[in-house]
Design a protein around this ligand. Structure first.
Ligand code: BG6
Length: 306
């Protein structure tokens, strides 16, 4: 660690550290916060305010993280929960702009921490950088609150502090770990229409749970429902309850894209599926001056009783 990083770490610890609940370390070549409760722990990178790990007591990590994860490279780490904002996917009018928006590779600031017997909390914020110009929606203020109990709750708040109406999309781009993708199903999306991003057309979802047997890239629309990944190999159900979202993205790159992307590990696609609490597709959030939007997800795990 260089001298500057060491001083930042000391300052973070002094200002926001909380004994037994929130502390700061260097991992993956960058600074992270480690949140701890009696029932879980979580790791959050300051880069991107990206949660990298969520381990409830007695469980394997709920989040998948690339074996190549490295902070500070100017590229988003693949895994955990990258924050997509203020646009999801390609920029609506300029495809030369970075996919999934501006903030997933930015350094965020810690602006709050809290703890009690039951919870640990970290609050992070990011402001526009010099040169963002019109890319940063005028007057938009952004904050992420991460609350760990035996569940992981993420609340991404956008407030319009400018005078004009804002339109934003985004996602809590959650990479869930699965024991074996061929032995996992996704419940809670039955019968919903979805934009098939691979075919660029709108489809109508089946009544059956979603199974993954090839590349999948879907924006499910008109759904505020909890989604559950049933991971038979690990004997658990991972529930993602949400608010402020009427779209859910399901993504798995499968074999060829896994190889093309290069940062998933040899067989990463077998061990992960993205279920993203989103505002995407037709689910565009419009904020009048002074209005606030909260994109919220709560991730919990239950054992499958046998
Ligand atoms: C998903 C998108 O959310 O993210 C996919 O639906 C995209 O189209 C995937 O490929 C990964 O994006 P990135 O920019 O992190 O490689």
């Amino acid at each position: 660690m260089n001298g500057t990083a060491a001083r930042t770490l000391t300052a973070l610890e002094a200002r926001w550290g909380r004994a037994g609940a929130v502390h700061f370390e260097e991992r993956f070549g960058g600074l992270v916060a480690v949140l701890t409760t009696a029932n879980a722990n979580a790791v959050v990178a300051l880069q991107g305010a990206q949660v990298l790990s969520f381990v409830p007591a007695g469980q394997d990590d709920v989040l998948w993280l690339s074996p190549a994860a490295r902070l500070g490279t100017g590229r988003a780490v693949r895994g955990g929960v990258p924050i997509c904002w203020p646009w999801f996917g390609a920029h609506p009018s300029d495809s030369s702009k970075p996919a999934h928006g501006l903030v997933r590779v930015r350094d965020w600031q810690v602006v709050g921490s809290a703890s009690s017997v039951a919870h640990s909390r970290l609050v992070m914020a990011v402001a526009p950088a010099a040169g963002d110009g019109s890319l940063w929606p005028g007057g938009a203020w952004l904050q992420l609150e991460i609350t760990l109990t035996d569940t992981l709750a993420l609340a991404l708040a956008t407030e319009n502090r400018g005078g004009d109406v804002l339109a934003i999309t985004g996602a809590l781009h959650t990479y869930l770990a699965v024991g074996d993708i061929s032995n996992a199903t996704i419940e809670g999306l039955s019968g919903r229409p979805y934009i098939d991003q691979l075919a660029a057309q709108v489809m109508h979802g089946d009544a059956a749970p979603v199974t993954i047997t090839g590349e999948i890239d879907r924006i499910y629309q008109e759904t505020a429902d909890t989604v559950t990944v049933v991971d038979h190999a690990r004997g658990r159900r991972v529930n993602i309850a949400k608010q402020g979202s009427r779209s859910t993205v399901v993504w798995n790159p499968w074999i060829e894209k896994n190889a093309r992307l290069g940062d998933l590990g040899a067989e990463g696609y077998r061990r992960m599926v993205c279920v993203e609490t989103a505002n995407a597709g037709s689910d565009v959030v419009t904020l009048a001056a002074g209005a606030r939007h909260r994109l919220f997800a709560n991730i919990s795990v239950e054992k499958i009783e046998t």
